[in-house]
Design a protein around this ligand. Structure first.
Ligand code: GLU
Length: 503
């Protein structure tokens, strides 16, 4: 078998979105699982839709995800250049070849002329298509004489090159995920292969490059399924062996209806882009998973499982494990519904599995987080207590704010639940008792226990108001743990403060 080579071929018409990341990831996983190569090719022939910065965004996003191409515009490779705009001479060469066959023709119709015909069709309640019927009455090299065509070319009248769709053929198509299907060529139109500025369209450039770059498998979004018949015929026209195809189903909105699109932005309260994206026209910034605080390994693990089930329903897999396990036959035909809670669960799982030292490094890299001159030692203790409860690294600090600042206010409901006249004396007495504690967690536990016993009250009667004094509300890790981190002086000060301020 020849070498497995899989390409991810985005168009730089905007940022990569979740669906694009998943396509790139499956391309990568399949290629690596088969011991093959993963190639990034930038399909930038559509100059009208080119978006400044999109190409850099795509490369940065893949890098952040750890999906590193073997060949790309940045990494180079034996089939360079990897940007279609730099491959014009290659397309020109193959255009010459397809024009020698019966599969392509020149069409001189202007936009106005085509609009006229379109209107005429609409008036009759029909939809116009440039196809095996209409091409016979339009202005092209099939209806004009050789001399007339040459005259138009000499006069520099602009033309496009169209594919001449064969009539009455049934094409048997094969897709690794979806199996076999067939299409009648009479339902397909004569697609433009080369535009009037000489630039190839997606269809032509794409198959030329897949052939030239020796691509063995095309794994891409299902929006390209309707083009598969045309692509089969383009390979036939050129006399080339075609790659194998697999079309991935959509990622759906959380409610399960409709495609999760780029335009959904932050609409559902979660990002649809891997990195923050600033729209250069509107200046709007859409949130990215990276900036939201997702760990890249958690993010790609979550993305991988949107439409693929590894063996034994395993959910947590490193990139290497995914490579080992990946199987296109286990990729789902149905769309995958995005689930924000599940995405957060993945991040939590990855966060918990990191060492406290690792998390400390991540915390220090978090933008906009003030660590209040806290020693590493104290931060590590806070991390070990808070990690289990956090979804994102930053939660350790935002949810653990009480480690850094005494409560400025006390939650009303919590006060109602845990505080009464008798509490004041209880807390004052406990503060006195604490003067003699060594503030180790175990002794603090015993201190609380013994104190409650000496006062003939339940542990909760001491623990709850104490938590309120220290945290300002009834949440957080175990009270003795909090006390140990705050230290004797701060703990006693907070108790006194609460006694003076809670009414
Ligand atoms: N440039 C196309 C896109 O951005 C690639 C489709 C394909 O992989 O063939 O979707």
């Amino acid at each position: 078998m020849s070498k497995v080579r899989v390409r991810f071929a985005p168009s730089p018409t905007g940022p990569l979105h979740l669906g694009g990341v998943r396509t790139a990831l499956y391309d990568y996983l399949f290629a690596k699982n088969q011991g093959g190569e993963f190639i990034l090719r930038i399909e930038d022939t559509d100059t009208a839709r080119y978006v400044e910065g999109a190409e850099e965004y795509i490369m940065e996003a893949l890098e952040w995800c750890g999906i590193i191409p073997d060949e790309s515009p940045k990494h180079g490779g034996p089939f360079a250049p990897y940007k279609q705009s730099e491959r014009r001479d290659i397309y020109d060469k193959y255009l010459g070849e397809i024009l020698k066959t019966d599969y392509a023709y020149l069409a001189f119709d202007t936009t106005e002329e085509l609009d006229e015909v379109r209107k005429e069709f609409e008036t009759n309640g029909d939809v116009f298509a440039y196809n095996y019927i209409t091409r016979n009455r339009l202005k092209n090299s099939l209806t004009l004489s050789k001399e007339e065509v040459q005259k138009l070319i000499d006069e520099k009248v602009p033309y496009v090159v169209r594919f001449k769709m064969p009539v009455d053929r049934i094409l048997n198509l094969e897709d690794i995920i979806r199996g076999k299907s067939s299409v009648n060529t009479n339902t397909l139109d004569d697609k433009v292969l080369v535009k009037n500025d000489g630039m190839p369209t997606y269809h032509f450039a794409n198959i030329v490059d897949d052939h030239e770059m020796e691509i063995s498998h095309v794994i891409r979004g299902e929006e390209w399924l309707p083009s598969l018949g045309l692509h089969y015929l383009l390979y036939e026209a050129m006399g080339w062996e075609k790659p194998q195809f697999a079309h991935l189903s959509l990622i759906l909105k959380p409610e399960g209806k409709g495609k999760l699109s780029k335009r959904d932005g932050d609409k559902f309260g979660f990002p649809v882009f891997p990195l923050d994206y600033k729209d250069s026209e509107t200046g709007n910034v859409s949130k990215g998973y990276r900036e939201e605080g997702y760990l890249p390994d958690a993010f790609i693990n979550m993305v991988a499982l949107l439409g693929w089930s590894p063996a034994n329903d395993r959910e947590i897999l490193t990139l290497d494990e995914m490579v080992q396990e990946f199987d296109l036959h286990k990729v789902h035909k149905a769309g995958a519904r995005f689930n924000k809670e599940k995405a957060e669960w993945f991040n939590h799982e990855y966060l918990v599995s990191r060492s406290d030292e690792d998390v400390l490094k991540l915390l220090k890299d978090c933008k906009g987080l003030e660590l209040k001159n806290c020693s590493d030692d104290k931060l590590l203790r806070i991390i070990s207590l808070m990690k289990e409860r956090a979804t994102f690294v930053k939660d350790i600090i935002t949810d653990g704010q009480f480690f850094f600042e005494a409560p400025a206010a006390y939650d009303e409901k919590a006060v109602k639940k845990s505080w009464n006249e008798a509490t004041i004396e209880l807390m004052n007495d406990f503060a006195v008792k604490l003067e003699n504690s060594d503030f180790e967690v175990d002794s603090l536990k015993k201190d609380i226990h013994d104190f409650a016993e000496s006062k003939s009250v339940g542990m909760g009667k001491v623990m709850m108001p104490l938590r309120l004094c220290l945290v300002g509300e009834l949440k957080g890790p175990d009270v003795p743990d909090i006390m140990q981190i705050l230290g004797k002086e701060e703990t006693i000060a907070r108790i006194k403060n609460a006694v003076n301020n809670i009414h």
